[in-house]
Design a protein around this ligand. Sequence first.
Ligand SMILES: Cc1cc2nc3c(=O)[nH]c(=O)nc-3n(C[C@H](O)[C@H](O)[C@H](O)COP(=O)(O)OP(=O)(O)OC[C@H]3O[C@@H](n4cnc5c(N)ncnc54)[C@H](O)[C@@H]3O)c2cc1C
Length: 377
Amino acid sequence: MENRADLAIVGAGIMGLAHAYAAARRGARVVVFERGLRATGASVRNFGLIWPIGQPHGALHQLALESRAYWLELLQDARLPYWPAGSLHLAYRDDEAAVVREFCERGPALGYDCAWLPPAEAFKRSCAIQADGLIGALWSPTEIIVDPRLTLAAVPAYLAEQFRVDVRFGCAVRNIDLPLIEAGEQRWMVDQAIVASGDDFESLYPTVFAESGLTRVKLQMLRTCPQPHGWRLGPALAAGLTLRFYPSFQVCGTLDVLKERILRETPEFERWGIHGLVSQTAQGELTLGDSHEYGLSPDVFNKEEIDELILHYIRGFLKAPDLTIAQRWSGVYAKHPEEPFLSLSPAAGVRIVTSPGGAGMTLSFGIAARTIKEIGL
Ligand SMILES: Cc1cc2nc3c(=O)[nH]c(=O)nc-3n(C[C@H](O)[C@H](O)[C@H](O)COP(=O)(O)OP(=O)(O)OC[C@H]3O[C@@H](n4cnc5c(N)ncnc54)[C@H](O)[C@@H]3O)c2cc1C
């Protein structure tokens, strides 16, 4: 007899798991197919930052806050470690301080909970800040750090136990022709399907992929060895380069001066799309990154020059006991040039939900809640 479910989900990255969570909470019988023996895509390669402060004001910032609320429910219910420690954007140059001050003036009216901190106040929040030359910092309490590898490994088991979600690893979906879905050697009958296969949905829907306008983005990342027992980063750290990266700061008229100076002084940061972010894992390692290289066929080889630039920049603002690098890797996500994510209907009953770009951890649960409502589950 064939297997049956109300909803099949392709992919056990964060988008697939978030959709499984949203549907199962509403009582749907859900099966998730993951081609790997565990998730190996962008969701386990990231910083683990739930980062509402980076989303542009209005609908997307609101979606990020909704997503954050779902994250908190899940993390608490599943008893997973997380650090709701907020974030600090550190300003060491006058043009960086100008953007941070302007954002702190305009941000609250736009819905951001944020404040300018002079150095003494910033040091009270974090022992990991390089003091030399610090002018001030943007404090935001909404950011959460999770450990992505640990979380992505634990959530499938939680979904199975709590909501009877059937998660099938080592099971690549090769054909969807509803109600039939073929995955590995298995045949399932399902009412609806959600394809959350990350940057690869061209295997299942090549024409839709070709017409989608998506490109790929490759990011280089580094991780230190564990910091001494008990040393915690506290708030996630960012600095001046990040102010030009997230769309939230585009409301600042002072941003152009900062961008122009970075391009003039350090074009190599612009060339490789580098900014500096720091988070910490459950084992105490610091996750450092990142860079952005755009193109449908990303270079499979990492560039030492990029790692060196990232490290050099981060050493300028991070003070940590041990910056010995223990791991290096890269990750790829899909991104649309204009849309914050894509939700496409290639066939009746099928949704492709993909390309939340560099904000998939941040937006996934909010996007999932909306998709599941839209498809009537
Ligand atoms: C280095 C890096 C750092 C980042 N940092 C952050 C951050 O801190 N905060 C943030 O908000 N976002 C961050 N992002 C973005 C975020 O990680 C992604 O947006 C998000 O992980 C995308 O999730 P996904 O589930 O769509 O894709 P993926 O995680 O890639 O998952 C897709 C899954 O589908 C599976 N799959 C594909 N095809 C099939 C098939 N036919 N059958 C079965 N399974 C299939 C794949 O094996 C994979 O496991 C970062 C991304 C990278 C690369």
